[in-house]
Design a protein around this ligand. Structure first.
Ligand code: SF4
Ligand code: SF4
Length: 410
């Protein structure tokens, strides 16, 4: 058993006994991230009985609620199970205490994103939405002014985006932003993994040992391809709660998949476009036929992204499902920025094909790049961060279940 200790006044633990530090006021802090009052939960286990993702864990999801009730912040932040939940809402519908565990789990994930972030920007975005919107606006304005400071001519005879804003400036600003974002993401992932490893009692050599025995690669495949890109659990296990009587194009998993696949496709198209220009196979910022592979990938991915994000926004505006009714202000900011970037990207593409070189095309281009950089900076601090943390948690989840299977078989 763990011993409990109050934060800041922790006495040395007896040898061999891990200390669980108590954070007073954890529940009220979680409430700032949108958690409902779960103090009425008496751990009856009904939510466990109905949750499609229990995986023989008789304590999920009520253990996560218990951490909140007891103020066990570190335990909460190092729970890989937190990320297996897809907010289907079955637990909330069956809870006899109206504790709304589904919403609590969503808020706990927001709290975890803020907890892994050392800059406290995520906490600000989640708990001070007006300040967050102000930060996003100012940042986009700074990027626009910075890029414009390098502006060149706006040709009216042919559309030359990179004669207006030099390609090198756009490229190197993007690289600098991506390095910062990668460092922020890596720092969050390391914090999360260190917490999980400590909680599970896993040493790195154990992880490498399991990788060496082949478990690691199948865990990577399961977490990355099957669960994250393929959305298996979202599609299958949560189907019962996901209004599966809805047509495919309105199901939650499908809208989520469209958004994720569209985002990934656009990222691939942008990187491929640049790589082709580096090896001299094409000039970026100039028109290409729609069937040109990279252009086609970008266009299809853009359509998917606009579809997914638009449906998410419409669902939220119309309060059409549980997740949309309970979304945080920061989620709105993320989706709005994503939608603006995707739609302005299409307008830039349109301006490349209108024959002449419209002046608005240049300004939309400047706007698009500025907001895209703004979004890029904020990604690890908003809802998007779950795309970083969920696969890592699922990797450990898969690794643990494989080890359990091997032990049981042995
Ligand atoms: S069903 Fe409600 S009261 Fe019962 S354990 Fe789950 S959250 Fe707690
Ligand atoms: S929201 Fe769904 S997946 Fe998440 S804990 Fe509740 S029943 Fe399980």
């Amino acid at each position: 058993m763990m011993s409990l200790d109050v934060e800041k006044t922790a006495a040395p633990a007896p040898l061999g006994k891990p200390v669980a530090v108590v954070t007073p006021g954890l529940l009220s802090d979680l409430a700032r991230f949108g958690a409902t009052d779960v103090s009425a939960c008496f751990s009856c286990g009904t939510c466990t009985a109905v949750c499609p993702l229990v995986d023989n864990d008789a304590t999920f999801p009520r253990r996560i609620i218990r951490y909140g009730q007891l103020g066990l912040r570190d335990e909460l932040l190092s729970s890989k199970e937190l990320w297996t939940c897809y907010h289907c809402g079955l637990c909330t519908e069956s809870c006899p205490q109206s504790a709304d565990p589904a919403q609590y789990m969503a808020a706990a994930r927001r709290y975890a994103i803020a907890g892994y972030d050392r800059t406290r920007l995520a906490r600000t975005l989640y708990t001070h939405p007006v300040v967050g919107a102000g930060v996003a606006t100012v940042l986009a304005g700074v990027f626009a002014l910075f890029l414009y400071a390098f502006h060149g001519e706006r040709s009216t005879t042919s559309f030359q985006l990179f004669r207006f804003i030099p390609e090198g400036v756009v490229h190197w600003t993007g690289v600098a932003v991506m390095v910062l974002v990668a460092l922020a993401a890596l720092s969050g992932i390391v914090t999360m993994v260190a917490g999980i490893a400590r909680k599970e009692g896993v040493a790195w050599r154990d992880v490498w040992g399991r990788v060496g025995r082949g478990h690691g690669w199948s865990a990577v495949w399961s977490a990355g391809a099957v669960e994250s890109l393929g959305q298996r659990r979202y599609r299958e296990d949560c189907a019962e709660a996901q209004t599966d009587r809805e047509p495919l194009y309105r199901r939650r998993w499908f809208i989520h998949a469209m958004t994720m696949w569209g985002f990934t496709g656009l990222l691939l198209a942008t990187m491929s476009d640049y790589a082709l220009s580096v090896v001299g196979l094409r000039r970026t910022g100039t028109p290409e036929p729609i069937w040109y592979p990279v252009r086609l990938l970008g266009t299809v991915a853009g359509v998917m992204l606009v579809y997914g994000v638009t449906l998410m926004l419409v669902n939220r505006l119309g309060h059409l499902n549980r997740a949309s009714r309970e979304s945080a202000a920061s989620d709105w900011l993320f989706l709005t920025l994503l939608w603006v970037v995707a739609v302005s990207g299409f307008l830039v593409e349109l301006s490349l094909y209108v024959g002449t070189a419209p002046a608005w095309g240049y300004w939309i281009f400047l706007f698009h790049v500025s907001v895209a950089l703004d979004l890029l900076v904020l990604l690890p601090f908003m809802k998007f961060a779950h795309a970083l943390y969920r696969p890592v948690a699922l990797f450990f989840h898969s690794l643990a279940s494989q080890s359990t299977r091997v032990t049981t078989d042995a």
